[in-house]
Write a protein that binds this ligand. Structure first.
Ligand SMILES: C[S@@+](CC[C@H](N)C(=O)[O-])C[C@H]1O[C@@H](n2cnc3c(N)ncnc32)[C@H](O)[C@@H]1O
Length: 261
């Protein structure tokens, strides 16, 4: 698999976090649960999970679809190594690959799921086109992703200190909807909702982002170390709005999408 430098950076970042991912990924599991709860009860034989991480979606889907084959695909090989021991179905596959260039034949799956991976893709239209291509006619895909307001509080704290990109950026919801409109699905529905999670400190948030592999992997970041003085300032800025026993509220801008081919 040929990968651009930015994809290699993303794959490395998630691979490094594979061992700690499950400890820090409560929010990701909650989003996956919401996404999977939307899947109507239908007969399926071949399911694909794109950006499968440590295999949470496959392990939730297996008891519901015991007769199905589930393929988990991720760009980070170490994530798949952590997912494998979780598997307990007769028919399960783990594939290292890119969601924007799926190594599967056209019309080969009757359900595609993908939770919180689309936002890491270079081209969301290509990501959706690939889903369209591998879905059988009439089959559905359920995808969650993150939009623009995600981590606003952290981004604002850093921008009060310097002009480097310290926090990942995400597309506005309207742009995501436009991308979906460029792929010839027969039906697409999506919705956008913001959730607020509380973090006891700036360090707790950074530790969680690092633990899941999602610390700053966007272009435009500062090369080299950021000084202790800057960290002290940004921490103080971030924590200035902390509520007594709860900590600081942080926005997660969640998008849930259903697509039918
Ligand atoms: C936030 S994790 C979500 C994992 C899992 N879906 C879950 O809900 O726990 C994002 C995953 O997407 C993978 N990923 C990022 N870019 C990808 C791409 N272009 N193709 C396939 N997987 C990708 C990462 O390696 C990581 O495992």
């Amino acid at each position: 698999m040929q990968m651009s430098p930015s994809k290699i950076r993303i794959a490395d970042s998630f691979a490094k976090a594979a061992g700690s991912y499950d400890t820090y990924a409560q929010f990701q599991r909650d989003v996956a649960d919401t996404l999977l709860s939307r899947i109507p009860d239908r007969k399926t034989t071949r399911i694909l999970d794109i950006g499968s991480g440590t295999g949470y979606c496959a392990s939730s889907l297996m008891p519901v679809y015991p007769q199905s084959c589930i393929t988990s695909l991720d760009i980070a090989d170490a994530m798949l190594l952590h997912a494998r021991p979780r598997g307990n179905s007769e028919c399960e596959n783990w594939v290292c690959g890119d969601g924007e260039s799926l190594p599967f034949f056209d019309n080969s799956f009757d359900l595609v799921v993908s939770s919180l991976a689309m936002q890491w893709c270079t081209d969301p239209v290509m990501f959706c086109q690939e889903i369209f291509r591998v879905l059988k006619p009439g089959a559905h895909a359920f995808v969650s992703t993150l939009a623009e307001k995600t981590l606003t509080e952290l981004r604002e704290s850093w921008s009060a200190i310097d002009s480097f990109v310290h926090v990942n950026t995400f597309l506005p919801y309207g742009e995501i909807v436009k991308c979906l409109g460029q792929v010839p699905f027969s039906r697409v529905t999506s919705n956008n909702q913001q959730e607020f999670c509380f973090y006891s400190s700036f360090n707790a948030l950074c530790k969680e982002l690092k633990g899941i592999g999602a610390h700053n992997i966007n272009a435009g970041q500062r090369q080299g170390l950021t000084g202790k003085d800057k960290f002290r300032k940004v921490k103080a800025h971030f924590e200035r709005n902390a509520e007594n026993d709860k900590g600081t509220s942080v926005t997660w801008d969640i998008v849930l999408i259903e697509m039918e081919k």
